[in-house]
Design a protein around this ligand. Structure first.
Ligand code: UDP
Ligand code: MG
Length: 154
């Protein structure tokens, strides 16, 4: 099964909606295999947002992401990367479809509640960045046979 990184940003933590956001992923059937509260630093953010280094908002997004602790999590499921990107919606909360997390909770491009890996390759790199091997857990999901058919679990 595929794994993806989800970060609940300061906009989720400070607005007191951590539980609501995680509930959405749980209800969808994604399995939580890693989760912790951490305070991000410039070093890790410069790596994580390296693709935005030349953007005018680079400093602003770093400042926002280290304004308080965040929840980093690893979600597992079939096609987890694509499924989670659909659940969160497009970057700009004002354009995001109602029903998506950003569409339902955000009015902003920057303060858009969640980060999620954008491809399976990125997910591997990002999960290694935020989690050590012993912080990610393999365990049987009790609901497994009611979430997938046998051939989907292969
Ligand atoms: N961002 C911003 N201004 C922009 C574009 C992006 O502040 O014009 C922030 C926003 O919080 C976004 C993050 O930078 O989530 C990473 O940007 P990316 O293009 O990777 O969007 P995402 O993958 O998060 O949808
Ligand atoms: Mg991105």
């Amino acid at each position: 099964m595929e794994r993806t990184l989800v970060i609940l940003k300061p906009s989720a933590v400070q607005r007191g909606i951590i539980g609501e956001i995680i509930t959405r992923f749980e209800k969808k059937g994604l399995k939580i295999v890693g989760m912790k509260l951490i305070w991000l630093t410039d070093d890790i953010l410069e790596e994580h947002y390296a693709h935005l280094k030349s953007e005018s908002f680079f400093q602003r997004i770093k400042d926002s992401m280290k304004s308080c602790p965040v929840i980093v999590s690893c979600l597992e499921g079939k096609d987890a990367v694509e499924v989670v990107r659909k659940i969160i919606g497009v970057t700009n909360g004002r354009n995001a479809q109602p029903g998506t997390i950003r569409g339902d909770y955000s009015m902003s491009v920057q303060e858009n509640i969640v980060h999620a890996s954008d491809s399976p390759e990125t997910a591997v790199v990002e999960l290694n960045r935020f989690f050590s091997k012993d912080e990610l857990f393999d365990y049987p999901h009790a609901m497994r046979s009611y979430l997938y058919s046998n051939n989907e679990m292969e």
